[in-house]
Structures are given as C-alpha cells and as structure tokens.
Design a binder for this molecule. Structure first.
Ligand code: T5A
Length: 207
C-alpha cells in the first residue's frame, strides 16, 4: 500500500480531535501504521508558530497570520508528513490542513484566493490530502461544545461570530476530489463509525 494522507476538517468544536483519535485507534487495530498530526503544529518550530498565532495577547495582520501558519505547514510537510508517506504503508491523519487556510484566511479574513493558494503550494511542495473528511456542524453548536469544555478562548476563537459564520460556510461548501462531508451533529460514536465506513472503503481501494 502507498501512504495515505487523510485530513479531518471543520469549524471550531466540530469534533475533529475526537474523531482523529478514534480513527487512529481503529486503524491501529486493523494493523495499519498511523501517524497523527495537528495543524498548525507537529514539529518543535511549527508548535512555536502555533503558540504565536493563537496567542490571544498578540495581534497579527491577516497576511502575517497566513505566513505563520504556512511556515508551520512547510516544516510539518518537509520534516514529518512527506518522509512518512515516502516510506509507504503509513496512514497520516491530520487534524486540519490546507482547507482550513481556505476557510479561515481566504473566506474568513478575505485574503486573495489565488495568492494564498500559490503560497500554500510553496509551503506544501504540492502535497495535498488523498481524503478530506469535512465535519458539517452549525458554528453555534461547535461554540457550545467548546464553551462546555471551559477552556479560555484562543485568538481565533475570540474572533466575532461573522468571521466564524464565513468560515463555517466555506467548510460547508467545500468540494472537489477526495472531499467527503459528514454530519457532525450526531453523537461522537456515530460520527466515528460513519467516518470509518468512508476511510475503510478508501483503504480497500473501493472508492
Ligand atoms: N487555523 C488552522 C487557521 O486559521 N488556518 C489554518 O490553515 C489552520 C490549519 C487551530 C486554529 O488554527 C486556525 C483554526 C483554529 O482556530 P484547533 O485547536 O486545531 O485550532 O481547532 P479547534 O477547532 O479550535 O479545535 P477544538 O479542539 O476546539 O475542536 P475540535 O477538535 O473540532 O473538537 P474536539 O474533538 O476537541 O471536541 C470539542 C468538544 O466536543 C466534544 C468533545 O468531547 C469536546 O468536549 N465532542 C462532541 N460532543 C458531541 N457530539 C460529538 N460528535 C462530539 N465530538 C466531540
């Protein structure tokens, strides 16, 4: 089997991290080698960029925010994701990737699409997911779930509801090769089994 790059995407509090953990467990039980990463993050320098970009006490222009995220992505792809996929046999599961840039920096912040996509290509060297699972959820339900966790909001979570509505719409309308939408308003166990159905079919090569 060649390496398979799978990304879980969606608005804040949609259940991405919970789903990535659940799918990683199922994949390991099925005998697959799995690498779990999150974006931004996944290397020492990418985690440093994440801390800067999500720090609620810092202010960044939209372009500076983009470049911090892409700096983190370039490191993660070059140092971690690329080498694992090159080895073959690995399933890489990422909590967010480039669709988040389309949703937050292009739809949310209003940065110009073509320039952002070109900069992203430079950061990734053209590497993109084979399968993107988009968790569909109204932003207010995601916010409620996050609120119930009692964590203090990061810089993105403090943005106004209008930005999060644009982000959520971009995720809802996302399409193209390898993009599959899942209803994330259902209980976590149900979402995991729906996602597993899609992923295992992809692994079997039947989709
Ligand atoms: N960013 C990122 C950009 O702006 N551009 C980019 O290009 C990239 C890559 C990253 C931030 O960076 C920004 C976007 C983000 O603001 P993050 O922590 O990865 O931050 O993203 P969040 O969405 O903030 O992560 P969360 O951890 O808050 O949300 P998750 O991962 O979607 O949700 P999860 O699994 O942690 O679950 C949240 C709560 O809901 C419960 C869980 O138990 C938990 O309490 N839950 C459910 N409850 C009911 N039903 C279900 N199905 C549930 N699934 C989980």
């Amino acid at each position: 089997m060649q390496g398979l790059f799978v990304v879980v995407e969606g608005p804040e509090g949609a259940g991405k991290t919970t789903l990535v953990e659940g799918l990683a467990g199922r994949l390991r039980e099925a005998g697959h080698r799995v690498l779990e990463v999150r974006e931004p993050g996944g290397t020492e320098t990418a985690e440093a960029a994440r801390a800067l970009v999500l720090d609620p006490d810092k202010q960044w222009s939209p372009a500076a925010e983009l470049f911090l995220i892409l700096a983190a992505r370039a490191e993660l792809v070059q140092q971690v994701i690329g080498p694992h996929l090159d080895e073959g046999g690995w399933v890489v599961l990422s909590d967010r990737f480039e669709l988040s840039t389309e949703a937050y920096q292009i739809a949310g912040r209003g940065l110009p699409r073509e320039e952002v996509l070109a900069a992203n290509r430079l950061a990734t060297g053209g590497l993109g997911p084979d399968l993107t699972l988009v968790l569909d959820i109204p932003p207010e339900i995601g916010r409620e779930r996050q609120g119930a966790q009692g964590k203090s909001p990061d810089r993105m979570e403090q943005e106004d509801a209008a930005l999060h509505d644009r982000v959520a719409r971009a995720f809802r309308e996302a399409g193209g090769p390898g993009v599959v939408h899942l209803d994330a308003t259902v209980p976590a166990e149900r979402l995991e089994s729906d996602a597993w159905e899609v992923l295992s079919a992809r692994l079997d090569g039947t989709q």
